[in-house]
Design a protein around this ligand. Structure first.
Ligand SMILES: CN(C)C(=N)NCCC[C@H](N)C(=O)O
Length: 270
């Protein structure tokens, strides 16, 4: 198999104010100490890696009091230069939606301020054919309908059933075009059947690797940046002709996120 890298444009947010001061997912434990300087250093390595891979990176200023703002993927969903803002389920993150939307407005994008809960690319993942949309823990079906209307892509709703995999991007990754990989155990029986029907060639991942955030990856079609401990996923990807690149984001894992969570793709109008 020949795989081809296509340079991407990403929006990221430096974890200057990162902390775990509340619990809104099973990974977050405010009793565990967080080393913010280490989080920044690990994030800087990811940022540098993207630049080395030839991607364009824009930065949004971190806001004090919003410790989860580093998880930029949750800030919006951008398709063909149209930006669907995020509306967060939890009050602790509510102010992030308007902050990300303002960045896109200020940078000349067409934006939509959502009426229903959707947590950006945490739950909305684009393939060539579909907008795969997670629900069950954060985003809701009405938010999916709003995404389909504004982003003009057919939405496939997928039910998440395991609280460890509370966002779709913890359980499923888009590698390129319509090629995906996922952990079946994160989905309801019906959603597993839908995925098997639509993506019969998908790479299936084991629970151990999914639990190491091995599906929370950023792929450019060849290079797949993923958390270092997810060695099983790296081996699977290598066997399928991809180039896995492991990074250490152990501090950001304490907030319940990894590579993909820190990376919001800006897909411009063509
Ligand atoms: C892959 N994931 C989960 C993300 N896309 N985002 C991470 C969000 C983490 C935040 N503490 C929260 O619970 O919302």
């Amino acid at each position: 198999m020949t795989r081809t890298a296509r340079p991407r444009r990403y929006l990221m947010c430096r974890p200057t104010h990162f902390d775990v001061s509340y619990t809104i997912n099973p990974w977050m434990d405010p009793a565990k100490p967080v080393d913010t300087d280490l989080a920044v250093a690990q994030w800087e390595r990811l940022y540098e890696l993207y630049l080395e891979l030839g991607h364009r990176i824009d930065l949004i200023d971190p806001i004090p009091g919003l410790p989860d703002m580093v998880y930029a993927a949750n800030g919006a969903t951008v398709v063909d230069g149209r930006v669907l803002g995020a509306r967060f389920r939890n009050a602790e993150r509510a102010a992030e939606g308007p902050a990300y939307l303002e960045w896109f407005r200020a940078n000349g994008f067409a934006t939509h301020d959502p009426a229903h809960v959707n947590e950006g690319e945490g739950d909305l993942l684009l393939t060539d054919r579909y907008l795969l949309a997670g629900r069950g823990f954060r985003s809701v079906s009405a938010g999916h309908a709003e995404a389909q209307e504004f982003l003009r892509r057919p939405v496939i709703g997928l039910d998440l059933v395991d609280p460890r995999f509370y966002h779709l991007d913890t359980a499923l990754s888009v590698l390129d075009g319509d090629r995906i990989m996922y952990y079946p155990g994160a989905f309801s029986a019906g959603s597993r059947a839908v995925l098997a029907r639509l993506f019969p060639d998908a790479v299936l991942v084991e629970e151990e690797d999914a639990a190491a955030f091995g599906l929370n990856v950023a792929s450019d079609g060849l290079n797949v940046v993923l958390p270092e401990p997810a060695t099983g996923v790296a081996a699977r990807l290598r066997a399928h002709g991809y180039r896995p690149i492991g990074v250490d984001l152990s501090e950001l894992l304490k907030g319940g996120g990894s590579v993909k969570c820190c990376t919001l793709e800006i897909r411009e109008a063509v």
